[in-house]
Design a protein around this ligand. Structure first.
Ligand SMILES: NC(=O)c1ccc[n+]([C@@H]2O[C@H](COP(=O)([O-])OP(=O)(O)OC[C@H]3O[C@@H](n4cnc5c(N)ncnc54)[C@H](O)[C@@H]3O)[C@@H](O)[C@H]2O)c1
Length: 387
């Protein structure tokens, strides 16, 4: 494998996880890091053992050694950072959501295509071994035609009014909970079922219309210390949402997302019901796939490469009984992206050679989130995804 020289932009919660996942491949070298200030970047570079630190994105993008960037900044910076990188001909791995709205996302898709840069989006849950297996089982008809797709993505990290994060601020976008975690659920549902969402109907609830914003900034998911000083901050985004779905293949769906459900940490769950069987997968117990049957006993498939379909066996790196989880799915995604980059593949001619989500998937997600939000704002009416 040709060694690929890469850089991290934004080293908060998810950034270092990108670094760890890509480093596990053995042919990716992180040469630089950028964050909000030189001090911050230098401290993060030291802790991650990355040689160069920049206090601005422009300085990092001007570094000729950098071939590709990981955009792990807060949502509002995804668009300007990616556009600046594309302008300089750098490949971009963006975390989700691709942009704050579908119009910006479309510009990103078009700019990347025009420059011919590799573009990827970290819909990482797709790369769990048993999600890959579920997708194959659905596509080969193991559970018959799909009629119902349902589930939830529940968290509790914003349960208290003193829980605070940039995601709550107006710059974070018109949707919060749906854009932040509903985007993952919708992507995963469409991926497993092999059909796009066509129409949505949503109800949004804001439990705390005013939150206590700490005067001192905190990174994502950090606990309030109790000793902080606060200011009141008005909130206009949803703490939880209930959404009905219609898929293009005729299947119906429903999901709940919440950031205020006590006891739920990263509770992403997906169930698919078909004419002859069901499949269900839970992110917090990713090594089991429940298989529901009416005419024979239900079963639980344990993640075991020897039992998985040959086409997706490579997504399980360890034998049965050796658990794999979130970080391993992230590594699988990075392996696919960086193999594409290292091989010198082109988005135009080689796209079908290696499986990873692109900016086009991010655009699709922005469109879905926008329609869900429009439905909720209109009082819960069906909205078609505008494409
Ligand atoms: N794929 C996933 O499962 C997943 C999980 C968590 C977060 N995310 C996404 O990753 C992104 C970052 O989320 P996070 O939880 O890591 O946030 P975070 O607040 O923990 O980290 C953001 C980092 O970006 C830096 N930053 C802020 N403004 C910057 C700027 N102008 N230039 C350079 N750096 C800047 C911050 O200092 C911080 O280091 C978000 O878009 C989020 O949606 C994805």
């Amino acid at each position: 494998m040709r060694k690929v020289k890469t850089a991290l932009v934004g080293a908060g919660f998810i950034g270092p996880n990108h670094v760890e996942a890509a480093r596990r491949l053995g042919f990716v070298e992180f040469v630089a890091i950028a964050d909000r200030s030189e001090e911050l970047a230098a401290a993060k570079a030291k802790s991650l053992n990355i040689p160069k630190a920049y206090g601005s994105i422009e300085a990092l993008l001007d570094d000729p050694e950098v071939e590709i960037i990981h955009n792990c900044t807060p949502n509002e910076f995804h668009f300007p950072v990616a556009m600046a990188a594309i302008e300089r001909g750098k490949h971009v791995i963006s975390d989700k959501p691709l942009a704050l709205n579908a119009a910006d996302a479309l510009k990103m898709v078009e700019a990347a295509a025009k420059k011919g840069v590799i573009n990827a989006l970290t819909f990482n849950y797709r790369f769990n071994p048993l999600i890959q297996q579920a997708r194959v089982m659905v596509s080969r008809g193991d559970i018959g035609p799909i009629h119902y797709v349902h589930g939830q993505y529940l968290q509790d990290w914003l349960l208290f009014p003193t829980d605070y994060n940039w995601r709550l601020e107006k710059e974070g976008g018109a949707s919060r909970c749906v854009a932040d975690i509903g985007s993952h659920w919708c992507d995963l549902a469409g991926y497993v079922v092999g059909s796009r969402i066509d129409q949505v109907l949503a109800d949004y609830t804001t439990v705390y219309p005013v939150r206590k914003k700490p005067k001192q900034a905190r990174i994502a998911f950090a606990q309030a210390s109790g000793a902080e000083e606060y200011v009141d901050y008005p909130i206009d985004t949803e703490d939880f949402a209930s959404v009905l779905l219609r898929f293009e293949n005729g299947a119906r769906g429903a999901f709940s997302v919440s950031q205020v459900s006590a006891g739920h940490k990263n509770g992403l769950e997906l169930e698919v019901n078909g004419g002859t069987g069901s499949l269900a997968w839970r992110q917090e117990e990713p090594n089991s796939l429940w298989i529901g049957r009416r005419t024979e006993p239900n079963a639980v498939m344990i993640k075991d490469p020897s039992l998985m379909d040959e086409s997706v066996r490579g997504y399980a790196a360890l034998p049965g009984g050796h658990g794999e989880a979130w970080a391993d799915a992230f590594r699988n995604l990075m392996r696919n992206i960086y193999t594409f980059v290292s091989n010198g593949y082109s988005m135009e001619t080689d796209r079908d050679k290696i499986n990873f989500p692109t900016f086009a998937d991010g655009l699709e997600s922005n469109r879905i989130v926008e329609a869900i939000t429009a439905s909720a704002k209109a009082g819960g009416v069906w909205k078609k995804i505008e494409r």
